[in-house]
Design a protein around this ligand. Structure first.
Ligand code: 5GP
Ligand code: MN
Length: 323
């Protein structure tokens, strides 16, 4: 751990965010942003703005069309929009290292705060609030609002609820706890529309659904059916397509213990999403420089699709053997 990285509590995190010397605050999310990091940043950003802060929302990647319903989503900036940015406080949400936020890491800040629920952390920040038991970073933020007595309006509640339901699969995953449910219940009490949120998150473009048909035609198995995987070859890769949910198809097949989704985002760059029943796929992803949670993890392998597949399938088979 970096000598200067201090673990703090929720109230300290709240005080840091509202400190008068922190006038310009940047909130950064991880690349390939999902509902948890986006909803968390938008909910916290809206509150900080209401308290007179100048807030910069930073995402160094395309944001999926399914998130366009989130209040304030149009305010996210990419590096090309801000060039050189200097702020008083940079708060990194839902990511445990500066590498995870891509080019947003070039922003200069007097102080770094990190709020996250992942187990892996590079301890880059001056202050860290980490809760690996929280189902989502959005759940931590709800606790932060609650602990500090901050008001949650309907828009903030929509963002935090989206963050929570994204990461616990609408309360279906093993990370769902009584606290997850209490947070969601409190947010529902703020007048949000849960059907609108779940419908919006499911929305896909016609092209994304057509791509799914092609991808499912290539469903493959390894390790005598204990591993299932699907792939998007580079010729079919469309950065605008909503494909986050594709991993759910190989995942829920009888006999499958680990599922992988390979996406050739470049001729020599393959993004991998991993899911499992109880195999520690975070450990497998860490072996490739990635990370995540026990049952949901990911990494990027700098190899063409087929080589990446070979290496990852070998690593998953080895992990299954050790079980
Ligand atoms: P997904 O497969 O949905 O992209 O990610 C699943 C989980 O793994 C999420 O918690 C996500 O933050 C984490 N994850 C995905 N890719 C990476 C990566 O390249 N590095 C790290 N550290 N975590 C990742
Ligand atoms: Mn998360």
């Amino acid at each position: 751990m970096k000598a200067e990285c201090k673990k703090i509590g929720l109230k300290e995190a709240g005080a840091l965010l509202l400190a008068p010397e922190h006038r310009r605050i940047a909130l950064a999310v991880h690349t390939a942003p999902d509902g948890d990091c986006l909803g968390s940043a938008l909910g916290l950003g809206a509150f900080l703005q209401s308290r007179g802060k100048t807030v910069f929302l930073l995402a160094d990647d395309l944001i999926g069309a399914a998130y366009s319903f989130l209040p304030g989503i149009e305010n996210f900036l990419r590096l090309e929009d801000y060039g050189q940015l200097e702020v008083d406080l940079l708060c990194v949400l839902d990511a445990g290292s500066l590498e995870r936020i891509g080019k947003a890491a070039t922003v200069k800040a007097k102080c770094y705060l990190n709020i996250d629920h992942h187990g892996q952390n590079s301890y880059f920040a001056d202050r860290l609030y980490q809760d690996t038991k929280a189902a989502a970073t959005g759940e931590i933020l709800w606790e932060l609002f609650d602990a500090c007595g901050w008001d949650i309006d309907r828009d903030i509640a929509t963002c935090l609820y989206t963050a929570i339901v994204t990461d616990c699969g609408f309360f279906r995953y093993g990370n769902t706890t009584p606290k997850t449910m209490r947070a969601a219940a409190a947010l529902l009490g703020c007048g949000i529309d849960p059907a609108y949120i779940s419908d919006s998150l499911e929305m896909k473009t016609p092209d994304s659904v057509r791509l799914l048909a092609k991808v499912l035609a290539g469903l493959s198995f390894a390790a005598e059916g204990r591993i299932a995987y699907i792939s998007v070859p580079h010729e079919l890769y469309d950065p605008e397509a909503q494909t986050d949910s594709f991993i759910n198809y190989p995942r829920y097949i009888f006999g499958v213990e680990a599922a992988a989704y390979f996406k050739a985002v470049g001729p020599r760059t393959t993004r991998v999403s991993l899911r499992s029943r109880d195999l520690d796929v975070a450990a497998v992803a860490v072996g490739f420089g990635g990370g995540g949670h026990l049952r949901a993890a990911g990494c990027t392998i700098e190899e063409p699709l087929e080589q990446a597949q070979k290496k990852m399938l070998a690593a998953l088979e080895a992990a299954l053997k050790k079980k």
